[in-house]
Design a protein around this ligand. Structure first.
Ligand code: ZN
Length: 96
């Protein structure tokens, strides 16, 4: 217990476990990673199975990665080139 939780950027409901979350973002033409969103993994989404919490499914440059990767290794964001690394780090930190 005491695991972190996050708020889904799409449905605004809590993401109760890193396993239930995904991070999606866009890598733009300049190679910058931007517009990060923390959302439900589709089977955990309240919209599932009729929909999901992703927004960039058909957007060019879309990237995604399990929230678990970021939760287990906060330094993983150094592999990315985000527009604002500290805002992203705060967003991924979640809350107790
Ligand atoms: Zn959601």
């Amino acid at each position: 217990m005491g695991e972190r939780e996050w708020i889904c950027d799409e449905c605004q409901e809590p993401i109760l476990s890193a396993e239930d979350g995904f991070v999606e973002w866009i890598r733009n033409e300049d190679g910058l990673d931007c517009d990060f969103r923390v959302v439900h993994h589709p089977p955990a989404s309240p919209y599932y199975p009729g929909g999901d919490c992703y927004r960039y499914t058909h957007v060019v440059g879309r990237r995604d990665l399990s929230l678990r990767v970021f939760a287990e290794d906060p330094k993983y964001i150094w592999h990315l080139n985000p527009q604002n690394r500290y805002t992203l780090a705060r967003k991924l930190r979640g809350r107790k």
